[in-house]
Design a protein around this ligand. Sequence first.
Ligand code: PLP
Length: 392
Amino acid sequence: MIPNYIAQRARPLENESAFEVLSKAKALEQQGHNIVRLEIGQPDFKTPENIINAAYKAMNDGFTGYTPTVGLLETRQAIAEYVQKYKKVPADYEEVIVVPGGKPIIFFSILALVNKGDEVIYPDPGFPIYRSCIKYAGGVPVPMPLLEENDFRVDIENFKNLITDKTKMIILNNPANPTGGVLTKEDIIQIAEIIKDKDIFVLSDEVYDRIVFEGEAFSIAALPYMKDKTIILDSFSKTYAMPGWRIGYGVANKDIIKQIELLMVNSNSCAAAFSQIAAIEALTGPQDKVTEMAAAFSERRAYMAQALNEVKGMSCRMPHGAFYVFANIKETGLSSAEYAHRLLYEGKVAALSGTSFGANGEGFIRFSCANSLDNIKEAVRRIEKFNQTIMA
Ligand code: PLP
């Protein structure tokens, strides 16, 4: 029950179930239970040493105060160069804003662009914060189904039908959380062709674009005619194992950046100065750890997807990117929410219900591979035993 004194405006905001399940799993651990933790999407790797050292030095060098709201010039320049190199998007530093993590760019771009009644097409299943922010802004969330039978890619014909005169924004997340789906370059071009002559913006969430196992994560902003209408969202959390450093960025046209700057100055002032210096080291220093982490995620998801396909009541597509396995549990006869709940309390494995990511997640469970292969093997053993019990 929300007390009456909470403003109407605040009520549409929703929680992120990964954090809720994390609290439940922690509480069970505190009671002495051994839980295999496959709920949260945070790399289990330590931030690479060179990045930690850069932050340490930055703190000693006095980078402990405020910075310009948009970020330090050097950080914005390093990001612009990185975006050009890795995303093939020619960006000027003035088109970059540094923020605390990737999430603020979701919130701020929706607040900056979406009017009451505007429709926003978003992936379902997809990161739950999209829908929450659309609703908060007074927009109308329009789910874009990403279905298993389509390898969790956008169905272009269906997408065309979702567009109306009121469509203001489309959110793409490539590679995708929670499905591990990767859109092909052809998919992206087809989406762009459909919207290029309309006043529709794209929020392109690219936080997993260095964790791709098959195919490529093509940025829609790399299409020259889409650049001005796209807000790229990226973060250091996944690529460089830095979720606690709260550092990320947006790339957009200067008018949008100006508006996001106002939202930043009214909420955060700036991202942490030493995190911004560490970010430069992350982007310009050796990239071998990024490759190593992606290789470990690839090995784990391959193991887990194959192993779960052998488990009674389960089937699972091979994820092509990010670090999640999205398993189909329909044969067990349980709803996703019930399965996730019972798997935690009876099977002692923490995972997320597919419905935490939208109605099209019904019948699925998300397992995060951000845990060691040994722990993932143990999780599979527990899941096998759990399924035997519930399907007996
Ligand atoms: N976008 C997607 C698709 C995510 O999965 C996440 C985190 O899980 C984020 C954005 C937020 O990233 P950050 O922790 O950098 O705010």
